[in-house]
Design a protein around this ligand. Structure first.
Ligand code: TYD
Length: 215
């Protein structure tokens, strides 16, 4: 399906390791934006659509998940992305909404490319195929030391850690470094925040940056 250009809508993606606090900050930013009277649409990856939630289940909760090869993982994440772009994100942008997404294409670049050592070129190509021309206007990376993010994952009250969360510390170090590297290479699109600042301070900094960068 061809995707129309974005008109006045704006797309902001949140990225970072598990336990970085991005979901909390996404909700807080959504509240600020709603007060301006703009339509705000929040979504998450993998998921955000019925098909995406089913794909998410296969990836993170399938008991046989450990047998999944990295290539399959990439294609499943990007399949969920292709769906949410066409079903949710692109229509919202065409209406002029601000769309906030909890993870987007950079998660595949970092987790499957850098984390799972898949070659950068095919990852970029599949990502491009999935998103078409729907690129983020701003990508917010919440950076926390790996030890902090692992401690937060362990503290989560929910059930057993999922498949991605069972990865070892070296994997998470690669993820953290991967985001920082990506952000350094694309300073116009990325803004990196210190995730150890405390929720309120972080909220203020993110809101100030969004106003400054997106007007
Ligand atoms: P989720 O429970 O939604 O985690 P989080 O709250 O940390 O975002 O699970 C998403 C997991 O999938 C997370 O470990 C990151 C991983 N992931 C990838 O490896 N590649 C991707 O393209 C995406 C979108 C997520």
């Amino acid at each position: 399906m061809p995707l129309k250009s974005k008109t006045t809508g704006r797309l902001i993606s949140f990225e970072g390791s598990e336990g970085s606090g991005k979901s909390t900050q996404l909700s807080r930013l959504a509240a600020h934006l709603q007060k301006t009277g703009r339509e705000v649409v929040s979504t998450r990856e993998p998921g955000g659509t019925e098909i995406g939630e089913q794909i998410r289940n296969i990836i993170v909760h399938n008991s046989k998940g450990d047998e999944m090869c990295a290539e399959t993982e990439l294609l499943l994440f990007t399949a969920a992305r292709a769906q949410v772009v066409r079903e949710v994100i692109a229509p919202a942008l065409t209406r002029g909404a601000v769309v906030l997404t909890d993870r987007y294409l950079d998660s595949s670049t970092v987790y499957q490319g850098i984390g799972r050592n898949l070659a950068a070129d095919p990852v970029a190509q599949v990502n491009r195929f999935a998103v078409g021309n729907v690129m983020p206007d701003l990508t917010i990376v919440i950076d926390v030391p790996t030890e902090v993010s692992l401690a937060r994952i362990r503290q989560r009250a929910s059930d057993l850690p999922d498949r991605m969360e069972r990865e070892n510390i070296d994997f998470y170090k690669k993820i953290r470094e991967g985001y920082l590297l990506l952000a350094r290479g694309l300073p116009d699109r990325f803004a990196v925040f210190d995730g150890t600042l405390g929720e309120d301070a972080l909220e203020k900094k993110i809101w100030a940056t969004v106003k400054e960068r997106l007007g």
